[in-house]
Write a protein that binds this ligand. Structure first.
Ligand code: ATP
Ligand code: MG
Length: 449
């Protein structure tokens, strides 16, 4: 159901219930007072009749009964006066139509009882009469009250129906006005496609909630725009980087196949093709990890490792491969970390590889220490290499970004993006401090376990 209809229905039901309760209360109060007033008349008449009775007893003509009757003639219709002995009450058929046993018992104590049978009203008055107790029962139809009751009921029903109808349409108009700015936002959102993510939702600033909604949507569109743009760049860079080794391999094949070659030349060509294929393979592996979500990275099998031992093994391996002592390792804590062996090796390996690559031949210092809060460790990798230009420091974590001073060094600009993605998925951070021409320090901070 549309919100507009819901608002209209809600207002209508709310109003219907309130009007119903309000009018119902008035109706009951008025009805009760009409009944009460009529019973008062009946009681008054009963008193006149009882006085008449006592006058008859005194054989006096002081009260004129006809006069009394005239006084009530406009009020009562089909009135009947019945006078019975109290002791015969229970057996009297006429009285039992109007009064229950309890009412009869109450009559003696209360002096009078008001009652009703179908639409006929009755009032019974008890007269002690020196041991010969009597009951005067006056019955009559309440035409005046009945008419007033019917008119009142008709007025209330018409007021009720009119107010429900009016409120329903007023509710619809109100809902249409309230939802107008939301409709405008909806129309604008419907127009936004992947091709026009640069467009933004515009509001007339009249409704605070709509303004907030538009701001949130605009923020989301901006993020989508950035993500979409960076994905497009990523794909174009990735295809470019994949194309380079492919071109080299194809070129090598073309040259070698263009004429008959010596076995030496074939071996050399195959060697170059193998190198390019390895480059291609490593690039594809990196891209594969880069394309994964944080959640997918977290789903890789995690194990607990001693941070010092883990990093020292990596340094030893590089030193062994390079047949040198370039990496100088020191550890000042004994902490465990929970990581995936393969992914964490890629993350730290890229930073160690950069430090060695961009500081040709110079020593690289790898230091592990506890962070001041005690719950984290910091892994520092410091070199005295070419450094990173200040204005490019903020860009080096973007995929395929390479600073301008690295033209003479090989690389695709994927390593740091990959390291950051892996460390971030472990809720860690990578910070960098660098001076161009002086050196660079990368600091990985990671939670211990
Ligand atoms: P690869 O994908 O092979 O790792 P890369 O080393 O150029 O290529 P990243 O590791 O992502 O790419 O590094 C991005 C850029 O950050 C580098 O191109 C370089 O400009 C800069 N950089 C990273 N580490 C250092 C460092 N230790 N010293 C100087 N510059 C660095
Ligand atoms: Mg690198």
């Amino acid at each position: 159901m549309k919100i507009k209809k819901r608002i209209a229905n809600f207002y209508t039901s709310l109003t219907a219930i309130s009007v119903f309760v309000f009018m119902g209360t008035i109706f009951l109060v008025v009805n009760y007072n009409l009944d009460k007033r009529f019973h008062t008349y009946l009681l008054e008449k009963a008193r006149f009749v009882s006085e008449q009775l006592s006058m008859e007893d005194m054989e006096s003509e002081k009260f004129d009964y006809d006069k009394v009757m005239k006084r009530f003639s406009s009020v009562f219709t089909a009135t009947e006066d019945t006078i019975v002995d109290y002791d015969n009450l229970l057996t009297d058929n006429v009285l039992s139509e109007y009064m229950s046993d309890n009412q009869v018992k109450r009559l003696k104590n209360a002096g009078h009882v008001h009652t009703r049978h179908k639409s006929k009203y009755a009032t019974a008055l008890y007269l002690p009469n020196n041991g010969d107790a009597k009951v005067v029962l006056i019955t009559a139809y309440n035409d005046y009250g009945g008419n007033a009751h019917n008119i009142f009921l008709k007025i209330m029903i018409s007021v009720f129906i009119t107010s429900v109808v009016v409120i329903y349409f007023a509710g619809e108009v109100f809902a249409t006005n309230i939802l107008k700015p939301f409709r405008s936002v909806l129309r604008q959102i419907r127009r936004i496609r992947s091709t026009n993510l640069n467009e933004r939702i515009v509001t007339d600033h009249t409704c605070e909630e709509v303004e907030e909604l538009a701001q949130a949507l605009n923020k989301m569109i901006s993020q989508l725009d950035i993500a979409f743009e960076s994905q497009k760049n990523f794909i174009s860079h990735a295809s470019h980087e994949l194309n380079n080794p492919m071109t080299a391999i194809l070129g090598e094949c073309d040259i070698i196949l263009s004429k008959e070659r010596s076995s030496e030349e074939y071996r050399g060509a195959i060697q170059r093709i193998s190198t390019e294929t390895e480059r291609l393979e490593s690039l594809i592996k990196d891209l594969f990890v880069l394309a994964k979500s944080d959640m997918e990275i977290m789903n890789y099998h995690l194990e607990t490792y001693n941070a010092g031992e883990f990093i020292q093994n990596m340094c030893d391996e590089i030193n062994y491969k390079e047949k040198s002592e370039r990496l100088v390792f020191s550890c000042h804590c004994d902490a465990n970390i929970m990581v995936n062996n393969h992914l964490f090796s890629i993350a730290v390996g890229n930073i160690l590889d950069n430090a060695c690559k961009y500081s040709t031949e110079k020593k690289v210092y790898v230091t592990i220490a506890s962070a001041p809060d005690g719950n984290n460790i910091s892994i520092s990798v410091r070199d005295n290499g070419i450094g990173i230009p200040k204005e490019e420091l903020s860009k080096i974590f973007q995929s395929f970004y390479r600073a301008h001073n690295t033209r003479s060094y090989s690389g695709q600009g994927i390593g740091l993006a990959l390291s950051q993605k892996i460390i971030k998925s472990y809720n860690g951070t990578i910070d960098v401090k660098s001076e161009e021409g002086e050196g660079t320090e990368f600091i990985i901070t990671l939670a211990t376990c």
